[in-house]
Ligand binder design. Structure first.
Ligand SMILES: [Zn+2]
Length: 304
């Protein structure tokens, strides 16, 4: 089966000009800086770069390599937040309900079952700077938007604006690292042909919107992407499903990359050269060592 599938960014996706890492209630969060400017962004425009950069943050976490704060902050300033708050909720319009049904809450509790959390509590987790009164007035605002908007498209974008695109929206560092590591780990294991028995908490397509009208106009079928994590998960699935897979892991530095040539083994000419030097010295490249600019270290994948 060949398909012509397109991903299109909703026009109501946003990024802030500057982000910070702040500790709130004992958790470290990434959130917009005060008075940072918000602008609309297409989250599908650079979707290949987005996927690779996400996987490579996960790669560092997987191999327990240090991740500098600025790397995460640059990532956020480029692409915005992941949108975990919407993504982890099974009931998409949880803000209109009493409780949120959450999948594997935050990848931190490692609960395989669905967990129910009070909506106020859930909002407080992702909007940690708001007090009870502010949270309740936000819930009211969302409910009145639902009363006024009969078209679901509008409601989705308005609620997303109030929640995941709000200046108060924050994502825990731990959650970001767990997610990116899970994505890389899945990829790494798939390439090693290990049985993929692990649960895939990240591949969620339950909140995707279809654009069936594309079939009439350009003989393609489209998905409207409303937040970053959707774009990453779908583009990862599409890359993995290619007949000739171009999404690869460099044989030298273990970074993910998208190759132009299906036979490529290295992400850069530098890695290819370094690998050749190793080979010419008669050293075999083992998958148990990791090569970095400052030398070699033994890999201890973070697999739990
Ligand atoms: Zn490389």
């Amino acid at each position: 089966m060949k398909t012509n599938l397109r991903l299109e960014s909703s026009p109501f996706c946003y990024v802030y000009s500057k982000y910070k890492i702040e500790e709130i209630n004992g958790k470290r969060y990434v959130m917009p800086e005060e008075k940072a400017a918000r602008k609309a962004i297409s989250i599908t425009e650079h979707i290949d770069d987005l996927l690779i950069e996400t996987l490579n943050i996960g790669k560092k976490e997987f191999f327990r390599q240090p991740i500098e704060e600025f790397e995460l902050l640059n990532y956020y300033a480029k692409y915005g937040s992941f949108g975990f708050m919407i993504d982890l909720a099974i009931n998409k319009y949880f803000v209109l309900d009493e409780k949120v049904a959450v999948r594997d809450p935050f990848y931190i509790n490692k609960k395989e079952n669905v967990d129910f959390i009070n909506t106020e509590e859930y909002l407080k987790f992702f909007l940690p700077k708001l007090n009870k009164r502010e949270i309740n007035s936000l819930i009211k605002k969302c409910k009145s938007a639902a009363n006024e908007n009969r078209k679901e498209d509008y409601l989705t974008s308005i609620i997303n604006e109030y929640l995941i695109y709000s200046e108060h929206y924050a994502e825990p560092l731990e959650l970001i690292l767990n997610y990116t590591r899970a994505l890389y780990k899945h990829f790494y294991w798939a390439l090693d042909n290990k049985p993929l028995t692990m649960k895939l908490p990240f591949l969620s397509v339950n909140h995707l919107e279809h654009k069936i009208e594309d079939l009439y106009y350009n003989n393609s079928f489209g998905f409207t992407i409303n937040y970053l994590k959707q774009a990453i998960d779908i583009s990862y699935s599409m890359q993995m499903a290619q007949d000739v897979r171009l999404l690869k892991i460099c044989n030298f530095c273990e970074k993910a990359f998208i190759a132009n040539n299906p036979k490529a083994e290295y992400d850069t000419p530098q890695c290819k050269n370094k690998a050749n030097v190793y080979k010419s010295r008669g050293k075999t490249i083992s998958r148990n060592v990791i090569h970095a600019d400052d030398g070699i270290t033994v890999k201890i994948p973070n697999i739990d």
